[in-house]
Structure formats: C-alpha cells, structure tokens
Design a binder for this molecule. Structure first.
Ligand code: ADP
Length: 167
C-alpha cells in the first residue's frame, strides 16, 4: 500500500488521495542520473576516425566523448558522425575525430545530481541518444566526463518501474 496510505501520530493511517499514476510520477521525479548511469567511453581528439570506429565496436557503445590532452570534454561522436565520415573516399586513418565531431559549446550535458526525467526531456528535445555526465574542473575552465547516460539507461529504469524495483 506504499503511498496510498500515510500515518500521522495520534491520527493513525489515512488515505493520501493519490492515484497509482500520481505515485509513479512522484517516484520518477526523485530518480537522479546517479541512480542510472553508465561508464563513459572517451577518445583523445587527435585519434583517427578509423580508431574511433574500432573503439566504438570494441567498447560496444553508440556514443564516444572526445577529450583534449587535459582530459577536458571537447566533443561528441555518434554512430552516424562516423558513418558519414566513412562515405567518402578519404583515408579514415588520416582524419582526426576533431574534424567531424560535434564540439563544445554545442554539447548537451548533465550532472550526476540532475533528475533523470530532465535528461529524458533533453534526449527527446535534442533528438540525441545520450549525454555525458560532467563535473566542472578548475572553476569554469572545462568539464571532466565522469559518466554517460543514454536511452538504454532510461529503458532500464522503465523495466525497473514495471517490476516495482525502484526504491
Ligand atoms: P546518431 O547520429 O548515431 O543517430 P545521435 O542521435 O546521438 O546519434 O546524434 C545525432 C547528432 O547529435 C550527431 O551529430 C552527434 O554528434 C550529436 N550529438 C550526440 N550527442 C550529443 C550531445 N550530448 N550534445 C550535442 N550533440 C550531440
């Protein structure tokens, strides 16, 4: 009966008046990125498109985050970014990913304390598959990538909700 009934001292149990869907909405609105994140996969901005494709296959991810020599986030690479670069006749070993990536400041990011529902809204609004979870480094000089949140994580949340496995 979690959520349907509440208790007050000297009153006892009483009906909260909330419907099942209201209770579900309340639950979802408390879940943060921290509860449903994945490990980020990053590449240096100097690596070639060829090496990035290999990394994407080997690490079994759909989005790579690109960092500079200080490990600061500078770009994002999606599957289609790499496919597009592969369409021409260029030697993929000689094209650095920095030429084809989506770069800062145009990257949509989130923090680990953000609500997962806000991330879901960003994914739909921007029509992208995932976001880097970032932490600010050296007071505004850039962002370190500490995690990754994707449509797959949101799907895992949906399954947990259906199985009533969300705390
Ligand atoms: P795909 O292109 O494989 O369908 P996405 O929909 O995630 O994958 O990416 C669409 C475009 O948006 C790509 O050019 C990619 O570089 C860019 N992109 C992906 N993630 C982000 C992000 N978090 N912020 C900004 N741009 C992104």
């Amino acid at each position: 009966m979690a959520g349907y009934l509440d208790a007050r001292p000297r009153v006892g149990y009483f009906y909260t008046g909330k419907s099942g869907s209201q209770l579900l909405a309340d639950k979802v609105k408390h879940i943060t990125v921290n509860d449903y994140q994945s490990r980020p996969v990053v590449v240096q901005q100097s690596v070639s498109v060829y090496d990035a494709i290999c990394t994407m296959f080997l690490e079994d991810v759909g989005t790579l985050f690109v960092v500079d020599a200080n490990n600061t986030l500078v770009g994002v690479l999606s599957r289609k970014d790499l496919l597009r670069a592969s369409l021409g006749k260029q030697a993929l070993e000689s094209i650095p990913v920095s030429i084809i990536m989506t770069r800062m400041p145009n990257i949509t990011v989130c923090k680990k304390e953000d609500l997962i529902i806000e991330v879901a809204n960003k994914l739909i609004d921007k029509q992208i598959d995932g976001l880097p979870i970032i932490e600010e480094v050296d007071r505004g000089s850039g962002f370190e990538v500490i995690g990754r949140i994707t449509k797959t994580n949101i799907t895992a949340l949906l399954v947990d909700l259906a199985n009533d496995e969300v705390i």
